[in-house]
Design a protein around this ligand. Structure first.
Ligand code: PMP
Length: 308
């Protein structure tokens, strides 16, 4: 369950957590026309810092553009609103959920006449795939549910209704006894997890599917690609098919909520030795340090909530 904090930012005003309501006839609730982000703030030696906040807000506005939603706030204003919301709620480490949604008043399948609203909420949220997943890894399955095609619901956006696709896969995976689903694109290539990007390591190289196969352009994905390249690893965006998953030496998920989680089993086949692998562990440790502002080279990823 969500742990409530004190205030939620709603289109320019702070509202008490318990009063942050919308009408039941809000069209986003009915048809899913909304776009959102998932962001995390971490404690650093210089105070709480939001990880790659500007990049997340830029992605939010790209999602909004795809869905023709023009918020009345600039990206800079929303960056400031996120920092204020973290500060007001006094949570050093938290998950941050901005959502651009339709205002109440219109109904029907044309969203364009609706007003555009924006909200930002923050709350403490622990490891999304479970407390011991980072340490011991998780078990994944390739879902029978396919990732959306570009001409059905574009996976380049992070839109509310789009997550029906992810949730169908997630629920099926959990009911079958796995921790997470891996979805394939309509042409059968691996795309991503229900809420994470996927990487495999083969012969010392990192491989992750290209965006044309339907994964979200994850900000954790980009960060890990950078960290791995800086460590001297070859990083490729290349098609992955399901047997590449089975035969990989190592595999892991990346995502804001999940952070970085080793995958130790896929469809009941052990990945490598069936334990988190050495390169995965190395990158996980570096990512952990980067989020907490402990690596100089990546300090511009730590966007301080309050200037010292
Ligand atoms: N794929 C999907 C489908 C997601 O929902 C997410 C989470 N936003 C990701 C990948 C990972 O993206 P990020 O690292 O930016 O959180």
């Amino acid at each position: 369950p969500i742990t409530p904090t004190s205030k939620i930012w709603m289109s320019g005003q702070f509202v008490d957590w318990d009063d942050a309501h919308i009408h039941v006839l809000n069209p986003t609730l009915h048809y899913g026309w909304g776009v959102f982000e998932g962001i995390r703030a971490y404690p650093t030696a210089r105070g709480s810092a939001v990880f790659r906040l500007t990049d997340h807000i830029a992605r939010l506005y790209r999602s909004a553009k795809i869905y023709m939603m023009e918020p009345s706030f600039t990206q800079d204003e929303l960056v400031a609103a996120v920092k204020e919301t973290v500060a007001v709620n006094r949570v050093d480490a938290c998950y941050i959920r901005p959502l651009i949604y339709l205002g109440y008043g219109e109904m029907g399948l044309n969203p364009l006449p609706s007003s555009i609203e924006v909200m930002v909420a923050v709350w403490p949220w622990g490891a999304y795939l479970g407390a011991d997943a980072e340490e011991n890894g998780c078990r994944a399955t390739v879902s029978t549910w396919r990732r959306n095609d570009n001409n059905i619901i574009p996976p380049a956006a992070k839109a509310s209704g789009q997550y029906l696709n992810s949730s169908l896969a997630k629920v099926a995976a959990l009911k079958a006894g796995y921790d997470e689903a891996i979805l394939t694109s309509p042409n059968g290539n691996v795309a991503d997890g229900s809420g994470e990007n996927v990487f495999i390591i083969s012969e010392g190289r990192l491989i992750t599917p290209p965006l044309s196969d339907g994964p979200l352009g994850g900000i954790t994905r980009a960060s890990i690609m950078q960290i791995a390249a800086d460590q001297g690893y070859e990083v490729r965006e290349q098609h992955i098919v399901r047997t590449d998953l089975y035969l990989a030496d190592e595999a892991f998920f990346t995502g804001t909520a999940a952070e970085m989680v080793p995958i130790v089993e896929i469809d009941d086949r052990p990945v490598g030795a069936g334990r988190p692998g050495p390169i995965t562990r190395e990158l996980l440790e570096l990512f952990h340090q980067a989020t907490r502002g402990e690596i100089d080279r990546y300090k511009n990823w730590n966007e301080l909530v309050q200037e010292p």
